[in-house]
Write a protein that binds this ligand. Structure first.
Ligand code: SF4
Length: 64
């Protein structure tokens, strides 16, 4: 599973970072999402799936 982020949709809400700061960060300049680990495993995979669900702007998606 791979995490895909569309920064053009990201509104910098930070919900993904709160869900798993090991996988997601925010750009220092504009607050948009930075994916730190694009193929998370184990508990981080579960957290990444949760982040995709809760992102308020549908900026995150999953690829195989
Ligand atoms: S939760 Fe969505 S909108 Fe908020 S920072 Fe993460 S990707 Fe961007």
């Amino acid at each position: 599973m791979r995490v895909v982020a569309d920064t053009s949709k990201c509104v910098g809400a930070g919900q993904c970072v709160l869900t798993d700061p090991d996988v997601f960060d925010q750009d220092d300049a504009d607050g948009t999402v930075v994916v730190l680990v694009d193929e998370p495993t184990g508990e981080h995979e579960a957290k990444a799936r949760e982040a995709v669900q809760i992102c308020p702007s549908q900026a995150l998606s999953l690829a195989d």
